[in-house]
Design a protein around this ligand. Structure first.
Ligand code: ZN
Ligand code: ZN
Length: 80
């Protein structure tokens, strides 16, 4: 799964990823949603960081849409 934020695709910050509370800690477990190292935080987890601004995802103000991995962003430019 990916996130669509401001019209761009982002990979969710998983437990242990750069920017995560448990960055680089293979024994890390999320204190809120209990996701383990390498797993994605569960929806609404208050320890998940926004991949755009690095703040708490549930309160940073970005509008985040969950989309499939193969989601294609529609290009506005047309080739006529
Ligand atoms: Zn979590
Ligand atoms: Zn944000």
């Amino acid at each position: 799964m990916k996130y669509l934020i401001d019209g761009k695709l982002y990979d969710p910050i998983k437990v242990g990823d750069v920017g995560d509370w448990n960055e680089g800690n293979p024994d890390g477990v999320c204190h809120d949603c209990a996701a383990k190292f390498g797993e994605q935080h569960h929806a609404g987890c208050d320890e998940e960081c926004c991949p755009v601004c690095g703040l708490q995802l549930i309160s940073c103000g970005h509008e985040v849409y969950d989309v499939a991995d193969d989601y294609q962003v529609e290009e506005k430019s047309e080739m006529n």
